[in-house]
Design a protein around this ligand. Structure first.
Ligand SMILES: Cc1cc2nc3c(=O)[nH]c(=O)nc-3n(C[C@H](O)[C@H](O)[C@H](O)COP(=O)(O)OP(=O)(O)OC[C@H]3O[C@@H](n4cnc5c(N)ncnc54)[C@H](O)[C@@H]3O)c2cc1C
Length: 539
């Protein structure tokens, strides 16, 4: 189909997620350039996006969530694992769990040690400080006046306090700041909230920029291919309301469609492993074998407990009076369960002998459900979710056909490496040690899952394979570097092509030891400076 309309901008950014909204703001703030931001999904007008507990409402939403599934996973007894991804302004930052953890300094020093100059901890910390408006104010580790609000949880919960005491009883230090001097420890999380409302990338970055005359935001605009003149990217073809349109990029096309759809779009544009492209009859623009490789994710194991008294969020959500009560609390004080996504606190520690820094992370919820974001159980319950921070398993994202609307095949290859299996078993054992500590004795009445019959290491591993689920951090599919499998260089330019960058979680050479929204924003803040510097150098 020929394009129905033509438009020209300096930059065309694909994807209005955690990273894309940052680019839209930063690249238009000095007024020198024009930007078109293309987003496949709708505006973020659904109220439950903005009320933190709405996490449960968007988890399976057919409009605001892509609702992907992996291919049958060999390490998970051939289960297809559900992979939610945000769709619409804000992307995954509009549906995520709001937990603010940015990883360990060693993660970024590791990126630099791989040859990526300018990505060590000392280089990226200023960008983390720039993006952040911490409710505790500015400090060596935190920003005080950035666009992203990071707030303390308003009210404490006695069960979470007991978990912290239990951690201390088994030798885990209390930590009031997982983004401070050390990540080790147990404590409350900070959340991406502003006065009890979600602070997504759309709220933080797009809203303040939307009235600028040099920014155009198109929703329901699904990019289907990058166009090239030889090896120079010239624009993007997209579908919107049944029409095929084309946008021309005078300077650059910037892909920020996330770690699943950025490699998909590159492959659909003829950029990827030549054999894969030839197999489906796609003309090869550039043979880049790393596009869609190096997929990494955090796999969570959710231990659930029955709680002896009706103090959990399950109890509050079960009755009309409970729901009215928490609704009123949120309306009046902007605190309580509605102001928290699902998880309240965390714990970082080491379970593998060779680890020098924490290798597992907990997310504690005063709520339980069969699936994350699912309907709460009809009894008082809580969840200890634990994940390995630096998995060795590597997977792939590959297109199945030339149809741009067909989801790609996603194969994380969970639990296919010995170290990951060992970590899973040790993590579950650690969770049980925590649950058995004296401070939790009066609270936890029964382990619902895995349950008392799951005892031996092989049984624990089987539980991990049968019930493990993503904690939503797929990354690394267009990795930054200079080796043959790298897709972008340290300025995030696609190797061997001009006028094309990738700016989202795809570029991580290794997955960070924490949650991935703040890192995605940091990557985009840093990329915006590089894009602007390159534009200045050209003039
Ligand atoms: C359910 C869930 C819970 C999470 N919880 C947390 C948490 O508590 N804390 C945390 O730090 N991280 C969390 N994460 C992870 C974090 O939100 C993501 O890693 C991060 O948002 C990814 O940013 P991104 O910019 O790479 O991609 P995204 O934010 O996913 O943005 C990609 C955007 O591109 C759009 N797009 C895709 N393809 C196309 C196309 N062809 N054309 C046009 N637009 C397109 C998408 O619709 C989307 O808006 C969670 C994620 C999920 C899904």
């Amino acid at each position: 189909m020929p394009p129905a309309t033509q438009q020209s901008y300096d930059y065309v950014v694909v994807g209005a997620g955690s990273a894309g909204c940052v680019l839209a703001n930063r690249l238009t703030e000095d007024g020198r350039h024009t930007v078109l931001l293309l987003e496949a999904g709708p505006r973020d007008s659904y109220p439950w996006i903005h009320i933190p507990i709405g996490y449960g409402k968007t988890m399976f939403h057919p409009v605001y969530n892509w609702g992907f599934y992996t291919e049958p996973e060999p390490g998970m007894n051939n289960r297809r694992v559900y992979w939610p991804r945000g769709r619409g302004l804000g992307g995954s930052s509009s549906i995520n769990g709001l937990i603010y953890v940015r990883g360990q300094p060693q993660d970024y020093d590791g990126w630099a040690a791989l040859g990526n100059r300018g990505w060590g901890w000392r280089d990226v910390l200023p960008y983390f400080r720039k993006l952040e408006r911490n409710s505790r104010g500015a400090s060596e580790y935190h920003g005080g006046d950035g666009p992203v609000w990071c707030s303390d949880i308003g009210a404490r919960h006695e069960l979470m306090d007991a978990i912290i005491s239990a951690g201390e009883e088994i030798g885990v230090p209390r930590n009031d700041d997982f983004n401070g001097a050390t990540q080790d420890g147990v404590g409350y999380y900070q959340l991406f909230t502003r006065a009890g409302m979600r602070c997504s990338s759309a709220t933080a970055y797009l809203r303040p920029a939307q009235k600028r005359s040099n920014l155009r935001v198109e929703t329901h605009a699904h990019a289907t291919a990058v166009t090239f003149d030889g090896t120079r990217a010239t624009g993007v073809v997209y579908r919107q309301h049944g029409l095929v349109k084309q946008a021309h990029a005078a300077r650059e096309v910037i892909l920020a469609a996330g770690a699943l759809q950025t490699p998909q779009l590159l492959q659909l544009s003829g950029v990827g492993p030549a054999a894969l492209l030839q197999n489906i009859g796609m003309p090869v623009v550039k043979d880049l074998p790393g596009v869609g490789e190096n997929l990494q994710d955090h796999l969570q194991f959710r231990l659930m407990y029955k709680v002896s008294s009706p103090i959990t969020t399950n109890d509050q959500l079960r009755t009309l009076s409970g729901r009215l009560g928490i609704g009123l609390r949120w309306l009046l004080f902007r605190t309580g369960p509605l102001a928290i996504g699902i998880n309240q606190g965390g714990l970082f520690t080491r379970v593998l002998p060779e680890s020098k820094t924490p290798d597992i992370q907990f997310h504690f919820a005063t709520l339980s459900a069969e699936m994350a974001g699912g309907k709460p159980h009809p009894w008082s319950g809580c969840t200890f979710s634990v994940c390995q921070l630096r998995p060795e398993s590597r997977g792939t994202v590959t297109i199945k056909s030339r149809d741009p609307l067909e989801p790609p095949a996603m194969r994380p290859n969970y639990l296919t490496r010995e170290a990951d299996c060992q970590c899973a078993v040790e993590a579950i054992k650690f969770a049980r040690r925590l649950a058995a500590a004296p401070a939790l004795r009066e609270y936890l009445s029964e382990e619902y899952r895995p349950g008392p019959d799951t005892v031996r290491d092989d049984e624990l591993l089987e539980f991990a394979r049968n019930y493990g689920a993503t904690i939503f951090h797929p990354s690394g599919t267009c990795k930054m570097g200079s080796d043959p499998m790298a897709v972008v260089d340290e300025r995030l330019r696609v190797h061997g092509l001009a006028g094309l960058r990738v700016v989202d979680c795809s570029i991580m050479p290794t997955l960070v030891s924490g949650n991935t929204h703040a890192p995605a924003v940091m990557i985009a803040e840093k990329a915006a400076d590089m894009v602007r510097a390159d534009a200045r150098a050209d003039t």
